[in-house]
Design a protein around this ligand. Structure first.
Ligand SMILES: [Zn+2]
Ligand SMILES: [Zn+2]
Length: 373
């Protein structure tokens, strides 16, 4: 069993006006604590939030991000917690580390943050849990369960889950009735720990551990020291490359992957082009593990192999904002000419029934998250 990184130490309440307010556990997510606070007082979470923030439909929003109507001073006064302790349990501190540019912060969809896909009180996904940790006597959801580079529990080396193992509903603790524990599915009541856990992918766990540790300092990329956000920005570009190479495996991309040591058999194709943050934990783990292989090679080796493979500049989809300077230098190794059409080995035009069925499921998932573009 391995200790996991601690994002915040938790907080105790002092003389709360709501007498049964629980402390915030270490690493606990703000919304998880809100649900436990409501349940401790025998009410539904939406009843509690309608008292704190009257006239709002709080659970139709991602409560772990900041909203102008969510006055935390009112909540702090009711619960005996300090505003800074409440904010420390939201995603805000981690989002600021990932995206120092305030323009990016206003976006509803942020790289590396799992989107909930809110529609009224219903969420399409975006929250994970460890199927073993959730069976602890006092179950709760942790901040890292909303971070896209987290796919495994370091304590149990188990793959995280984002669905109920029985009815496949997205995890929505805000909809669990007050008399049930947070370890139950809100929809069917099944225990989230009722199925055997899948083993973590070691290379994805290595990526996760490295990033957690680097989040409050600098991160080494080969012989270069980068800021955390720069390192994450480059890693996200590598993931976009791997996704693209999986969907459209060109000769040049496969040549580059083989040369740098990427095991393409670990990559699962998401043929509708779902963004990385919407993929299942297993799909993300496959991508993260192989992105870790590319990141470990460092910028010099990357440029050498990209030039050898004649990778086109179009192989690497870049973010609209905040491309790190070092990546602009690395991009000089790319071929400026698109690959010859005849060199492609794209997917077959006829698809197996099972593949079509998976595509249909992914399409439904995508439609529910308002992301058709
Ligand atoms: Zn665990
Ligand atoms: Zn269920």
């Amino acid at each position: 069993m391995e200790a996991s990184y601690t994002w915040h130490p938790g907080a105790h309440c002092i003389t709360p006006r709501w007498p049964l307010t629980p402390s915030i556990f270490p690493d606990e997510l703000f919304s998880s604590w809100l649900v436990r606070t409501a349940h401790a007082h025998g009410c539904e979470p939406r009843t509690l939030t309608s008292v704190v923030w009257p006239g709002t439909h709080a659970w139709a929003f991602d409560l772990d991000r900041l909203h102008p109507w969510a006055n935390n001073e009112v909540l702090a006064a009711m619960t005996g917690l300090r505003v800074q302790d409440l904010l420390a349990s939201t995603l805000l501190p981690i989002i600021r580390l990932l995206h120092p540019n305030p323009v990016v912060l206003r976006s509803s969809q942020l790289p590396w943050i799992l989107p909930l896909g809110c529609r009224n009180r219903s969420h399409a996904g975006g929250l994970l849990c460890c199927p073993v940790c959730i069976m602890d006597p006092q179950p709760y959801f942790r901040q890292q369960y909303r971070l896209a580079w987290h796919t495994a529990c370091p304590r149990h080396r188990a793959l995280l889950i984002d669905r109920c193992p029985c009815c496949y509903s997205a995890l929505q603790p805000g909809r669990i009735a007050a008399e049930h524990p947070l370890s139950n599915c809100h929809h069917c009541g099944c225990s989230l720990g009722s199925s055997s856990s899948e083993a973590a992918i070691e290379s994805a766990l290595a990526f996760q551990t490295f990033v957690d540790t680097a989040s409050h300092s600098t991160a080494a990329y080969g012989g270069v020291s980068l800021s955390f956000s720069e390192w994450m920005s480059i890693a996200r570009v590598m993931i976009s490359f791997l996704k693209k190479a999986t969907r459209h495996p060109t000769v040049t991309a496969l040549r580059f992957c083989k040369a740098i040591g990427v095991d393409t058999s670990q990559l699962k194709s998401s043929s509708l082009g779902l963004p990385f943050e919407y993929a299942t934990p297993a799909e993300r783990a496959g991508l993260l593990g192989q992105a870790w292989v590319i990141m470990q090679a460092g910028p010099e080796r990357f440029m050498e192999l990209a030039a050898d493979a004649e990778l086109p500049v179009t192989a690497f989809p870049l973010p609209a904002l905040g491309v790190p300077e070092i990546f602009k230098q690395m991009a000089t190794a790319f071929s400026q000419h698109p690959p010859h059409k005849r060199g492609r080995s794209g997917p077959s035009h006829t698809r197996a029934p099972l593949e079509v069925w998976h595509m249909w499921n992914r399409l439904q998932r995508r439609m529910r998250r308002h992301d058709i573009s």
